[in-house]
Design a protein around this ligand. Structure first.
Ligand code: NAD
Length: 485
């Protein structure tokens, strides 16, 4: 029985590499049927603000699976990236990127005889990719970094399950919880909570800068790493570099209902239309997709042929032995087709189900909402009011104190996160946005009304940039202290 999937050819080199990959699928008798969908730059240009037609959205939601070429998001038109929008709107929360040394693709590590075989699982929805940014003053821009318990749990559980399926013995969590104590702290805490359900997998954590250093010096230390979105994005491109570049980096965006398979690289406008693009990354993504659909024999057959082809020294212009002529996109695909049935001398794969198999997709009737813990005791104990001002910290404190009533007190003023009042250094350089922290005098609870009243009073002297409540959750403070506080 065949499965119907949505296919978007993409922009730039997208249609060229997609045609090559689908030709290989056809030659390998892959039981897939395609519904082509209208998505990409020309659909933005035609006035579709999301970069896709309503029919494309309907098809993808109905079929639950999108195989896509790279797409270009028009610059300077204020539209959001179609790739990021697709991942977020359809909640493809786990981005799995597999990296391994390929015979025929020379890298520093392959020359040194160090094999690389690791998987990055990147959270795909949250973090700075929420895209919530504001210019608060002409000089100060802020972005919100959103990390949630349900979002972290989804991707972390996926990573443990994936590690188990692949027969890995360990999973590391990359993070920066030493600096981002509440956001990355929540991700890390969730990691160790979920790790308790997987005693067969050795769990560890590593600070992301140390991780980068170790990945380039001792990549064999790692099997699988789970990270938040932005850090995962950067670390996975680093890993692409370890195995020969973006031409070899496949990616699966996995959700509970809809999943998207694509190459990590972009539209390569510099080589568009020349017919010389390397289809390997999209082919590897297609192979991941076949496993995901349960077509493990076809996946292994095509993968072995690709590995054999690479091992034979067939290469496109972006890699391989420059002294031998390069194949183009078409002739590279021809070689993979001609080699179907062959297996590489080293690293042949067997038809094992190492991807989650999801043939059937649910069609929800309402948006899913997850609340992890419902009985937490929450108290508001103060407020941070962010204001625009060119004044010195002590002048600001004097004005703010006059605005407070006898029950509230000015606790601290900071600038760019560094405390500048009641104590600070004359060498701290300032910008025109301050944080004024106010708390109840007895350390007790304060009402939302009182807080908004304080902000209202301060607005008589300052432009209010934003207001954040200071909260305690089951008695634990839910905000960070200023540097130097
Ligand atoms: P890019 O990945 O398109 O290109 C970077 C370099 O790698 C270029 O020199 C290119 O020629 C080369 N390259 C990339 N893929 C190749 C392949 N298959 N074969 C041979 N060489 C290849 O990155 P970019 O130039 O930063 O981005 C170009 C466009 O792609 C932008 O509009 C960007 O937004 C978009 N983009 C889309 C996706 C996606 O659809 N998921 C991902 C990244 C970038």
């Amino acid at each position: 029985m065949s499965t119907k999937i949505a296919v978007a050819k993409g922009d730039g080199i997208g249609p060229e590499i997609m045609a090559a990959v689908l030709r290989i699928f056809e030659a390998a008798n892959v039981p897939l049927e395609y519904e082509y969908v209208e998505m990409g730059k020309s659909y933005f240009d035609a006035g579709h603000s999301t970069g896709m037609t309503p029919a494309a959205k309907e098809t993808i939601e109905r079929l639950g699976l999108l195989f896509k070429g790279p797409m270009e998001t028009p610059k300077g038109k204020g539209v959001k990236s179609i790739n990021v929008t697709a991942r977020k709107v359809w909640n493809t929360y786990a981005n799995q990127r597999d990296f391994r040394s390929l015979n025929g693709v020379d890298t520093v590590f392959s020359k040194a005889g160090i094999p690389i075989n690791l998987t990055i699982v990147r959270e795909n929805i949250e973090d700075t990719y929420g895209g919530i940014e504001h210019l608060l003053t002409n000089d100060v821009a802020v972005g919100r970094r959103i990390i949630t318990r349900p979002g972290s749990a989804q991707v972390i559980r996926y990573a443990f399950e994936m590690a188990r399926r692949k027969g890995y013995t360990k999973l590391a969590c990359g993070h920066k919880a030493n600096i981002m104590k509440l956001t990355d702290g929540m991700f890390l805490e969730t990691f160790y909570e979920i790790a308790k359900d997987y005693p067969d997998i050795e769990s560890s954590d590593i600070i992301v800068d140390d991780l980068c250093m170790k990945l380039v010096s001792r990549p064999e230390m790692f099997q699988a790493i789970v990270l938040t979105n932005l850090q995962g994005d950067i670390v996975s491109d680093l890993c692409a570099g370890l195995v020969g570049g973006l031409g070899f980096a496949p990616s699966a965006n996995i959700g509970d209902n809809i999943s998207i398979f694509e190459a990590v690289h972009g539209t390569a406008p510099d080589i568009q239309g020349k017919g010389i693009a390397n289809p390997t990354a999209l082919l590897l993504s297609g192979i991941l997709m076949l496993r995901y659909l349960g077509y493990t024999n076809a996946a292994a057959n095509i993968e072995n042929s690709l590995l054999y082809t690479l091992e034979q020294g067939v290469h496109t212009g972006d890699f391989g032995d420059k002294s031998t002529p390069s194949a183009n996109t078409e002739t590279f695909a021809d070689a993979v087709i001609a080699n179907l049935g062959q297996a590489p001398v080293k690293g042949a794969v067997i038809a094992q189900p190492d991807m989650e198999v999801k043939a059937n997709h649910d069609h929800p009737t309402k948006n899913k909402l997850t609340v992890v813990k419902k009985d937490t005791k929450e108290e508001i104990v103060g407020v941070d009011v962010f204001v625009e001002s060119n004044k010195q910290p002590n002048e600001l404190a004097e004005i703010a104190q006059k605005k407070l009533n006898e029950n509230t007190q000015l606790v601290m003023i900071s600038n760019r996160g560094t405390q500048v009042w009641p104590t600070g250094s004359i060498y701290t350089e300032l910008v025109n946005e301050y944080r004024i922290r106010v708390e109840k005098k007895d350390g007790g609870e304060i009402s939302q009304k009182e807080i908004l009243h304080i902000a209202g009073e301060l607005s008589e002297d300052f432009k209010i940039c934003s207001v954040e409540f200071l909260m305690k959750f089951d008695g634990k403070i839910g905000y960070t202290l200023a540097q130097g506080q």
